[in-house]
Design a protein around this ligand. Structure first.
Ligand code: T5A
Length: 207
């Protein structure tokens, strides 16, 4: 079975993940590489329904453990219906967020126990981890200003306060320090062209 490559984009809100994911997809397509562009939570019709549940603000509180399980429920669906089949066909998968987001948001942000997250990750995706993860890192205020500048209504996470996102950012930086060969940090406060140049270098090395 030929296996494609699995690339994920991570970072706080407004870091530029969606923008850079689209750039990576276009860069690969221009070189004749078949790639699927997707996101989490979501990526398939059913997983997108779970996304709605977990992101939509509402009056009923969502306990952290429920949030964690919903993220992994969406991920299990996404892996079965989209990620594993694409990789098995030899295609690349470019995914806007994956389990590092769970480690950063539910783990570092919400305070869910690390070993619970790792056990669920082992059940849901076993040894399947991204080949490369690009961490788009920038100060929280800058990221939130960009995200809020788009004028869209805030989702349940975007309604959180700065200290939450500071913990998430620290969580991501700790992951990058633990796994430097997989997680590559890029300074996302640079102009977009500079960020994209660094991403192109990573893609070229992966090819
Ligand atoms: N979540 C998700 C968890 O808690 N646990 C999990 O396991 C998972 C998978 C998902 C939410 O779910 C949480 C985390 C999230 O809160 P989302 O919509 O996927 O939500 O994620 P967001 O981070 O909210 O996505 P955003 O769209 O807000 O941020 P992006 O994708 O990082 O930013 P992007 O590309 O849309 O760019 C934002 C703006 O900045 C500009 C862009 O043009 C755009 O206007 N921009 C730049 N401007 C200047 N310089 C640059 N370098 C720029 N790069 C982009």
């Amino acid at each position: 079975m030929s296996l494609g490559r699995f690339l994920t984009l991570e970072g706080i809100e407004g870091a530029g993940k969606s923008t850079v994911a689209r750039f990576a997809h276009e860069w690969l397509s221009a070189r004749g590489v078949r790639a699927v562009l997707t996101r989490e939570p979501g990526g398939t019709p059913l997983a997108e329904r779970v996304r709605e549940i977990v992101l939509q603000p509402g009056s009923e509180p969502v306990p952290s453990e429920a949030e964690l399980l919903l993220m992994f429920a969406a991920r299990a669906i996404h892996l079965a219906s989209l990620i594993r089949p694409a990789l098995a066909r030899g295609e690349w998968v470019i995914c806007d967020r994956f389990t590092d987001a769970t480690r950063a948001y539910q783990g570092a942000g919400r305070g869910v126990a690390e070993d619970l997250i790792e056990r669920l990750a082992a059940v849901v995706h076993g040894d399947l981890w991204p080949d490369r993860t690009v961490l788009l890192d920038l100060p929280v205020r800058e990221g939130l200003a960009r995200a809020r500048g788009r004028g869209a209504a805030a989702d349940r996470f975007e309604q959180e306060r700065e200290p939450f996102f500071e913990r998430v950012r620290e969580g991501y930086l700790a992951l990058a320090a633990q796994e430097p060969s997989r997680i590559w940090r890029i300074d996302a406060s640079q102009p977009l062209e500079a960020v994209e140049r660094e991403v192109a270098e990573i893609l070229a090395a992966m090819l």
